[in-house]
Design a protein. Structure first.
Length: 218
């Protein structure tokens, strides 16, 4: 058993504030990883710095959920986070609330597609490199998005041909449907953050506060 894995007996340990702080820490750790990963995407660093920052900060919640859903052992109720921490569902509930069960359902669906690493990498890139309000050069972002989309289509077509029957690869519409589900899931995540803000046990980190304010419809 991983040294990072904490027993379920410890699930109730710690104050409510500590559980909420852990929730925020897990989210912000994902932001640093997203930033390092984004810089490795061909063409991303050619975008204006302001656009790079906007895209990363706007998508880090989706990237957090995507990574968590790929890594976690849902059958065992173990959630594996990008910083290597492994927590049982009971240890996450106070911070994540009902959002955790939504992530669990999404993870089951995503893992059932059996996507390989290149497909998941394209999916992650598409969740970030997309139209966002406030971009300096939206045309460049659109062009980069199209290149990634084309790469994903070619990869899925090749996988389908190379495997052949009786093996099946997920088709393009199914894979892109993951992005729609992911977006809806992150709306639930923002609702959770709003609830925790109202509770006011722990002030949210500035980047999470900014993310939340930027998504308000007014």
């Amino acid at each position: 058993m991983s040294k990072e894995y904490c027993s379920t007996e410890q699930a109730a340990a710690g104050t409510d504030a500590e559980h909420v702080q852990q929730f925020y820490n897990l989210l912000t750790a994902s932001l640093d990883i997203s930033r390092s990963w984004a810089e490795k995407i061909p063409g991303f660093t050619d975008l204006p710095k302001e656009d790079q920052t906007l895209l990363i900060e706007s998508a880090f919640l989706e990237l957090f959920v995507l990574r968590l859903s790929v890594r976690s052992d849902i059958a065992e109720d173990k959630f594996v986070f990008c910083n290597g921490l492994v927590l049982h569902r009971l240890q996450c509930l106070r911070g994540f609330g009902e959002w955790l069960d939504s992530i669990k359902d999404f993870s089951l669906n995503l893992q059932s597609l059996n996507l390989d690493i290149p497909a998941l990498a394209c999916l992650s890139a598409l969740s970030m490199i997309t139209e966002r309000h406030g971009l300096k050069e939206p045309k460049k972002v659109h062009e980069l998005c199209n290149k990634i989309m084309s790469g994903l289509k070619d990869h899925l077509a090749f996988s389908c041909q190379s495997k052949g029957p009786p093996f099946e690869s997920a088709d393009e519409s199914t894979v892109l449907g993951v992005l729609t589900d992911l977006h809806s899931l992150c709306t639930i995540g923002l609702q959770r953050i709003f609830y925790l803000k109202l509770e006011d046990l722990v002030p949210p980190p500035s980047v999470i506060d900014k993310l939340f304010l930027d998504t308000l419809p007014f």
